[in-house]
Design a protein around this ligand. Structure first.
Ligand code: MN
Length: 246
């Protein structure tokens, strides 16, 4: 099985979601099945990540330990950055036993082709966000930010989160969704592969007709304290599965 999840937004304020995630990992990385499974985390696994030196945080430690244990059991884990945790780096990847993927990433299986992305890059109607995204993905911006003391980075991140919450209230729904034209171009550029992404927190399955070809776009759900969601591929079909507390 291949599993796709995104937008867990894990933090010390989400103990319920962390429990759901650990239970999910333990299940798909059970020794009997781990080697037959694969996990793709499509961004915003963490609510904030200000640099790999923030791994000492006990909540981060707990999540990294769960990932490392699943990886050691044989589960292949791949992670894409989201807009909240785009600073996850190689030190984190090593500690968690996972590989970082570029965004977008084409996943070819013997039966089907998928293209995976967090999804924020296609929200081009939100020009202010795209400017912020372009700036914060530049290596020089990241180097300057990471050179600041950890406490200062955490304070900046908290401030940015607050500003983004305020800004979101004033934004119309279309601004926070994928631009339809850009999405069609994206599907064309990626060979009309089935598109799986998160970010918008608007779980749905959309049908696109691009150049006369039917392409599916699966939007993953965000997680809450009492419910997660995984999309699974068994080689024949995609299926949504609710993850509930035991
Ligand atoms: Mn996001």
């Amino acid at each position: 099985m291949i599993y796709f999840i995104s937008d867990l937004h894990l933090s010390p304020r989400t103990p319920g979601a962390i429990r759901l995630f650990k239970a999910f990992l333990a299940r798909i990385a059970h020794p009997d099945v781990a080697r037959n499974n694969r996990l793709y985390l499509l961004g915003d696994c963490f609510e904030t990540w200000v640099g790999d030196d923030d791994m000492e945080d006990p909540c981060h430690q707990e999540i990294i330990a769960a990932l490392a244990q699943a990886s050691a059991a044989g589960l292949a884990i791949h992670l894409q950055h989201g807009n909240r945790d785009f600073l996850l780096g190689q030190d984190f990847a090593r500690a968690a036993g996972l590989t970082l993927l570029p965004d977008p990433y084409v996943l070819s299986t013997p039966q089907w082709q998928f293209v995976l992305s967090h999804g924020d890059a296609l929200c081009t109607d939100d020009e202010a966000y795209q400017q912020f995204r372009a700036q914060t993905r530049r290596p020089d911006w990241q180097a300057a930010f990471l050179a600041k003391p950890l406490r200062e980075r955490l304070a900046i991140a908290a401030q940015l989160r607050q500003q983004s919450e305020v800004a979101k209230r004033g934004k119309s729904a279309y601004l926070m969704d994928l631009n339809p034209g850009e999405t069609d171009d994206f599907l064309r550029q990626h060979g009309y592969a089935t598109f799986i992404h998160g970010h918008t927190h608007q779980p749905a399955t959309h049908d696109h007709i691009v150049d006369g070809i039917h392409v599916e776009r699966w939007v993953l759900a965000d997680w809450s304290e009492d419910r997660g969601e995984a999309l699974s591929w068994d080689g024949a079909q995609l299926r949504r599965e609710s993850l509930l507390p035991s």
